[in-house]
Each structure stands twice: as structure tokens, then as C-alpha cells.
Design a protein around this ligand. Structure first.
Ligand SMILES: Cc1cc2nc3c(=O)[nH]c(=O)nc-3n(C[C@H](O)[C@H](O)[C@H](O)COP(=O)(O)O)c2cc1C
Length: 156
């Protein structure tokens, strides 16, 4: 099973989770972005505003993976305003038509809530229906056990 993991991360939490997951799965790892500087308070506010604006074009840093090489694609994104962030939704809208393998989604969030229902909002933007998803609370928490459990569930 050849896996590719792709993530967007504003402050690094989703990045470190996906780095761990990719290591456990021997997967290739890519970062996608809308190219906007979203650091600090200004970046937080603009992210809130952009949530309600038109979807931005996104790109994959270093170029697109060779999609036909992968039979599993794991796409990760943070939750913004109770839903998968606009950049993640834009990514699915733009690229999911090219996926050749099974799709899995990962969302990260601060609240202890299970965002499984919100993840379905991202399903609407994907031309492939995800096989499963993972909702990961990141605040003051080591997600290692949850990541391991997810990796075991989907299999290496
Ligand atoms: C604009 C914005 C809105 C957010 N809204 C929520 C939210 O509704 N619920 C939540 O639990 N976390 C929310 N968060 C927190 C992030 O989802 C959380 O910190 C995430 O793990 C950050 O991932 P990152 O470091 O990869 O960017 C929000 C963050 C931002 C920037």
C-alpha cells in the first residue's frame, strides 16, 4: 500500500501530526497552501474572515505528487469556525478529481469536541467519498496514541 499525506497547517500542529503519521505509514508527505501569510493575530483574523469568502486557489509546495503512484491519499486540515478550513475544502475541490486511490481525511482542532459531523462538510467538496476520517484534538495534548490507533485501523 503506497500512501501520500497532504496537509495544510497555519501554526504547525497539523504539520507535526502528519509528519508522525507519514513516518508510521512510510508515506510521502506534501504541504498545500493558499500562499497567504497567516501568522500571528493578523493571520488569525484574516483566516476568520476568509472562512466566509470565496475559496482561494491552492497549490502543493514542490509540485503535485504523481497521483497514479498512490493507492491511499490522506488529506489533513485544521478546523476553522466549526468546519474544515477553507483552504482544505479548496484543496479537495481543486485536486480530488485527480486522486486514484482511497481518500481519508484528518482534521485537527483545539476543542475537545468530536468534529466527525463537521468533517462531512468537507465531503461536499470532494469528488471522491472519503473511506474514513479522524478528528484530533490538539490543545495541550499528545495525539500519539490516536494517530497510532488510526494507523492500525487503516493498516499499513
Ligand atoms: C480562524 C480559526 C478558527 C478556528 N476555529 C476553531 C473551532 O471552531 N474549533 C476548534 O476546536 N478550533 C478552532 N481553531 C483552532 C485550530 O483548529 C487548531 O488550533 C488546529 O489544531 C490548528 O492547526 P494548525 O496549527 O495546523 O494550523 C481555529 C483556528 C483558526 C485560525
Amino acid at each position: 500500500m503506497k500512501t501520500v499525506c497532504l496537509y495544510y497547517s497555519r501554526t504547525g500542529k497539523t504539520r507535526s501530526i502528519m509528519e508522525r503519521m507519514a513516518r508510521m505509514l512510510d508515506a510521502d508527505l506534501f504541504e498545500y497552501t493558499d500562499g497567504k501569510d497567516r501568522s500571528g493575530v493578523k493571520g488569525y483574523i484574516s483566516s476568520c474572515i476568509d472562512t466566509y469568502r470565496e475559496m482561494p486557489p491552492v497549490s502543493i509546495i514542490g509540485g503535485e505528487p504523481e497521483w497514479e503512484k498512490y493507492d491511499r491519499i490522506i488529506v489533513a486540515m485544521p478546523i476553522w469556525a466549526e468546519a474544515p478550513c477553507v483552504i482544505g475544502k479548496a484543496f479537495l475541490k481543486q485536486y480530488s478529481g485527480k486522486f486514484k486511490g482511497d481518500l481519508y481525511l484528518v482534521v485537527t482542532h483545539m476543542a475537545r469536541a468530536d468534529y466527525s459531523k463537521s468533517i462531512c462538510k468537507a465531503y461536499l467538496y470532494s469528488s471522491v467519498r472519503p473511506k474514513a476520517h479522524l478528528s484530533l484534538q490538539t490543545k495541550k495534548r499528545d495525539c500519539g496514541a490516536d494517530i497510532k490507533h488510526f494507523v492500525q485501523a487503516i493498516g499499513k
